[in-house]
Write a protein that binds this ligand. Structure first.
Ligand code: SF4
Ligand code: SF4
Length: 272
């Protein structure tokens, strides 16, 4: 019997030997004694799993199912990550699995990772460089300087939210802050629920104001229109992850409207 945790590099060190109900099996596999790892984004080492059932109880997405594994030395049933794509990276299963048989991995998203975010950098950097090199296309100097102000506010929102997240959030060892197990609701997170998205939206607006070029207007409108959906999708995950705590946070703090957020924050401070 092995007492080591699940291999964090199992996708490199092990060979994919098949699939069970669409979920990958990573060898070696020699049933009933050796069963390998089930899953890619939520991976469970069946040779470690003792069938305690804690992950089935704790998972807010109820993505695990039992599978009978008669004859295996550690247990007669194992946790199967049947709906691994539903994982919200809450880490509850990982923190409570006494034999460290589970590993979760971020699921890349083609649309956001390869289309929206690269275009976002093209728009922001391109618009600012264009404005610096050629001046505002429409010649509106006042808007050009307003654009710089908006850009600075956007940068402040992004950087300060990252700083608050790193100070107040808690992610398990070797994981980034996306895996924070603590809800951060102070600092810029006390003004809006998505300060990083707000910062990026402001920088996209700034890129247009500084360049005043139609190309950056079109690209900016398209990119800004994608953020409300990102925020809504992220909130579905965060509700599953933090439960009532996040719902109560949603009641207090607006999604992206920072004017309402600042007014509410000031009213709250006045009452204290
Ligand atoms: S918590 Fe760990 S040991 Fe228990 S059933 Fe889940 S994977 Fe197996
Ligand atoms: S990290 Fe959370 S959502 Fe993902 S499998 Fe574990 S308990 Fe379920």
């Amino acid at each position: 019997m092995s007492f080591l945790p699940i291999d964090p590099n199992f996708q490199k060190n092990r060979e994919k030997v098949g699939e069970e109900k669409g979920i990958a099996i990573w060898g070696p596999m020699d049933p009933p004694e050796t069963l390998g790892i089930r899953g890619t984004y939520v991976a469970v080492d069946w040779d470690l799993c003792t069938g305690c059932g804690i992950c089935l109880k704790l998972c807010p997405m109820q993505l695990f199912e039992w599978v009978e594994t008669s004859g295996h030395p550690t247990s007669e049933k194992k946790a199967f990550p049947a709906r691994e794509l539903d994982c919200v990276l809450c880490e509850k299963c990982i923190m409570k699995c006494s034999v460290q048989a589970i590993k979760t991995i971020y699921q890349p998203n083609f649309w956001t990772d390869w289309v929206v975010f690269p275009l976002l950098f093209v728009q922001i950097i391109g618009g600012i460089i264009y404005g610096i090199m050629f001046g505002p296309s429409l010649g509106l100097q006042a808007l050009f300087y307003v654009g710089w102000g908006v850009f600075v506010v956007g940068v402040v929102f992004v950087l300060s939210s990252l700083s608050f997240l790193s100070k107040r959030g808690k992610a398990p060892e070797e994981k980034n802050l996306m895996y924070s197990t603590v809800l951060v609701d102070s600092g810029t997170y006390g003004i809006v629920r998505h300060p990083q998205y707000l910062g990026m939206i402001l920088m996209l607006c700034a890129a247009f104001l500084v360049s005043q070029h139609w190309l950056f207007a079109i690209l900016g409108i398209f990119l800004i229109s994608t953020f409300p959906k990102f925020a809504r999708d992220e909130e579905e995950h965060l509700i599953a992850k933090f439960g009532d705590e996040y719902k109560s946070y949603m009641q207090k703090v607006p999604r992206l409207n920072f004017i309402v957020g600042i007014i509410r924050l000031l009213q709250h401070k006045k009452k204290e």
